[in-house]
Design a protein around this ligand. Structure first.
Ligand code: LMR
Length: 394
């Protein structure tokens, strides 16, 4: 049987992670995979998570299964964090999933169950794994223009023109904040226009929100998601706790389905629980438990928010520094967009040869499309990166 299998294409981001590990150079710089690192290059366990873990170790009395949808307290806490009071709680179906990726996968499957012919519209570019999962599921994908690489900003006119092609029942995937890979985001006025278009066309929005708190703050980063969920009859939302709670390997995410009424909410909830059962039965609990402890405890929550804010402002300072260095060395403002982008990533607009030279000659690893992870830098490596880019002809 195994001889019938075909080799699968390597995931570019994970392959880069491996290549970086194997590079023996001491001064190599990892700007690849989207994992937060502090100035010492460490991905720390957040203080509030460590405290919650200690508490839960004392309090946990059983490892018996939770429900198929996971612990309801986790869903409650996360719905509050992402949606606040944008929609009534009795319109929101939710299941815990293994990470944000699990939520994305379940959302695509749910839409295929509802309408096997539905197409999914994705931004060009988007997180490569979106495309990979859609291909694996045999769902037709259509790209819409999103990024103007000449200016490093959103090509909003192109996006709206392309979204005119959506048909009733199609799914339109958007990034809630901190667009991956570009770092360029819609503003609220643009969000309104997209919402009106989707409602006019009868398409369903799906929002992948994996970096809430990494851009402009917890509430500002959720504003687009809240607007769409409050203004469209139905919305799917895949939320990840990997980055903002720093619990990557615990695989913690939530899929929310905002329905137009309580009856349809019940239908969505049943189908989501069914999907969990078919794919892996019960979702992982440990990370979800830590998140609900942190969000429900006033002190832990305040400490988590403070630490997250330090992470966010630290990344913003690195953005300013990098944009400043590149301005100084290039004598132009062509990299000014780096300071305007938000989240972990910026797509620099460098060609593949240049990206390759940076890796070979300087041990600087970025994704082939020239996406950098800002959190892979620190105050000392920013000037090195800027110098290498300009010297290599960027
Ligand atoms: C990324 O885009 O680097 C992250 O979302 C990690 C991943 O799984 O690709």
């Amino acid at each position: 049987m195994f001889d019938q299998l075909k080799a699968q294409p390597a995931d570019k981001i994970l392959a880069l992670m491996q290549a970086f590990r194997e590079d023996p150079r001491d001064d190599k710089i990892d700007l690849g995979v989207g994992v937060y690192r502090n100035a010492e290059g460490v991905t720390p366990i957040m203080r509030a998570i460590k405290a919650a873990e200690r508490r839960w170790w004392e309090e946990e009395t059983t490892k018996a299964y939770t429900g198929l949808a996971g612990d309801p307290a986790f869903s409650e806490a996360m719905i509050g964090l992402v949606l606040d009071d944008a929609v009534s709680r009795d319109q929101v179906a939710a299941v815990a999933t293994p990470g944000g990726t699990g939520a994305v996968r379940q959302a695509f499957e749910l839409s295929r169950m509802a309408n096997p012919r539905a197409r999914v519209f994705v931004s060009d570019p988007t997180w490569p794994n979106h495309l990979s999962i859609l291909k694996h599921l045999g769902i037709e994908t259509v790209t819409y223009r999103y990024f103007d690489s000449a200016t490093g900003t959103v090509d909003f006119g192109g996006m709206m023109d392309d979204l005119e092609q959506v048909a009733p029942g199609d799914l339109v995937l958007m990034h809630g904040c901190c667009h991956n890979p570009t770092g360029a985001n819609l503003n609220i006025r643009q969000g309104h226009e997209v919402m009106e278009l989707l409602n006019r066309k009868g398409a369903t929005p799906m929002i992948d929100i994996a970096y809430q708190g990494f851009g402009d703050g917890l509430n500002a980063d959720a504003a687009l998601t809240r607007l769409i969920a409050g203004g469209c009859p139905e919305t799917l939302i895949a939320a990840s706790c990997s980055k903002n709670f720093g619990i990557y390997r615990e695989r913690t995410g939530l899929l929310m389905a905002v329905a137009r009424d309580r009856g349809l909410r019940g239908m969505a909830q049943d189908n989501l629980a069914y999907l969990n059962r078919q794919n892996y039965s019960f979702p992982p609990d440990h990370g979800a438990r830590l998140v609900s402890i942190v969000l429900q405890d006033e002190d832990l929550r305040a400490d988590w928010e403070a630490e997250l804010e330090d992470v966010r402002t630290g990344m913003l300072a690195l953005r300013e520094q990098l944009a400043g260095e590149l301005r100084r060395l290039s004598g132009s403002d062509r990299y000014g967009f780096i300071a305007e982008h938000r989240g972990m990533f910026s797509r620099l607009g460098l060609g593949p040869d240049l990206v390759e030279r940076l890796r070979k000659d300087h041990g600087i690893y970025m994704v082939g499309d020239s996406r950098i992870n800002i959190a892979g830098l620190n105050r000392d490596t920013v000037p090195k990166l800027a110098k290498a880019i300009i010297e290599a002809g960027g």
